[in-house]
Design a protein around this ligand. Structure first.
Ligand code: FAD
Length: 370
């Protein structure tokens, strides 16, 4: 970098579903894709760019475990403007989505710059209509508005339990999980009440013994997950973030859905839930009844938090511990939108959020290149 900040109207951080949807709508509304200016300084600087920390397309899907196949995901919404190609249900979602996103970026000629990790976002001055400075691993950028689309994958949540450091076995988070085979013949304690916990219990219990610990009794829904249930879940999370509370996990709102595979796991006893253990000891976990369960591996299926550390200099968090939102817009900082956050942290929600954010940014900035 030459030291001078590269200027754009809108800088998008993250190129998962949410960032790509935002880029699509920016381009549709006339924001020109940024390209590196030629050495003679001519050419058009462009008015939007997407910075993404990954080595290639796919967002967090690049890192999902291989057994998460197109038949076992919850349903992936297509990106705006390009239908999803035919899906082979057996293909790992990591491969399918990476290919689909790569085609998408190419065909729409989106301005994605990678690998670039954003370290922090700051206000350039006290002017509430002034520019934002984005400090990255590839130099500084200056933008009139920032759309943050960094997802949650890079911020796995590990709860803290007494004795955790003394454990002689292996501890891993779902974000580190590769395949059941690496856990063969070792007793695995799975912690957490979400979809990843039950899906991984199902597959790990086929190669070794497992036990399942959750803080609360898991809530199973008998009815299939339909549009109505989805709508209600989103509305509940939306209401929380509008009040400045941290978003809670969508499963805590929707409940777990029985699939034929999970019913077979239940029949094997793999979904017999135990109350949360009270302590970790070198050889295992101390259960609620005081007995020690010998354990080789603790798998934390305890979810993720929004990856927002780089926004800390903007001081967006309020008394509720979360960021008060007005749709995708940060209520107290109209230059910053969060897409794929809280109520929009699904592929369908991310699509809608990208569109909503761009509509508001056009109004804020007075159109592209203004
Ligand atoms: P991501 O895909 O996480 O993309 C964020 C991007 O931002 C990444 O490329 C990342 O590298 C980049 N980034 C992060 N920090 C920085 C930084 N500081 N600087 C630059 N770049 C950065 N949703 C569904 O709708 N259907 C499903 O079937 C489904 N299955 C899921 C399965 C699992 C195991 C998990 C954890 C989630 C699942 N979800 C599913 C929810 C899912 O997270 C979202 O649907 C979607 O992947 C989120 O897209 P995103 O664009 O918000 O984030």
């Amino acid at each position: 970098p030459d030291g001078a900040a590269r200027a754009v109207d809108v800088l998008v951080i993250g190129a998962g579903q949410a960032g790509l949807s935002t880029a699509y709508h920016l381009q549709r509304r006339g924001f020109a894709p940024w390209t590196a200016p030629p050495p003679d300084g001519g050419g058009t600087p462009g008015s939007y760019a997407v910075l993404d920390a990954e080595e290639g397309p796919g967002g967090a899907w690049r890192h999902r475990w291989r057994s998460l196949r197109m038949s076992t995901v919850n349903g992936i919404s297509e990106l705006p403007g390009l239908p999803t190609p035919d899906v082979d249900p057996c293909e790992p979602s990591s491969e399918f989505i990476t290919r689909y996103f790569a085609d998408y970026e190419d065909q729409l000629a989106l301005a994605i710059v990678r690998p670039v990790r954003v370290a922090r976002v700051e206000r350039e001055d006290d002017d509430p209509r002034g520019r934002l400075r984005v400090v990255s691993s590839a130099g500084d950028w200056s933008a009139r508005a920032v759309v943050n689309a960094t997802g949650t994958w890079t911020k796995p949540f590990w709860p803290i339990y007494p004795g955790q450091d003394t454990f002689a076995g292996r501890q891993l988070h779902v974000a580190d999980y590769v395949a059941a085979e690496e856990l063969r013949d070792r007793h695995v304690a799975v912690v957490g009440g979400g979809i990843s916990a039950v899906q991984l219990l199902d597959e790990i219990s086929q190669v070794t013994t497992t036990s399942w610990f959750t803080r609360r009794e898991p809530v199973w829904r008998e009815a299939p997950f339909d549009a109505r249930a989805g709508h209600d879940a989103v509305a509940m999370v939306e209401e929380r973030v509008a009040r400045g509370l941290p978003p809670q996990s969508v499963v805590s709102v929707t409940g777990l859905v029985w699939t034929p595979s999970l019913r077979r796991a239940a029949a094997r006893g793999a979904l017999d839930r135990r109350p949360m253990f009270t302590e970790i000891v070198p050889e295992g976990v101390r259960q609620a009844d005081g007995t020690v369960l010998p354990t080789d591996v603790i798998l934390w299926a305890t979810g993720f938090r929004a990856a927002l550390d780089h926004l800390a200099p903007l001081r967006l968090r309020g008394h509720g511990g979360g960021i008060r939102m007005d749709g995708t817009r940060v209520a107290d900082e109209p230059r910053v939108h969060l897409v794929g956050y809280g109520p929009s942290s699904s592929t369908i929600g991310a699509n809608r959020a990208g569109r909503a954010a761009v509509t508001q940014l056009v109004a804020l900035l007075g159109g592209a290149g203004a």
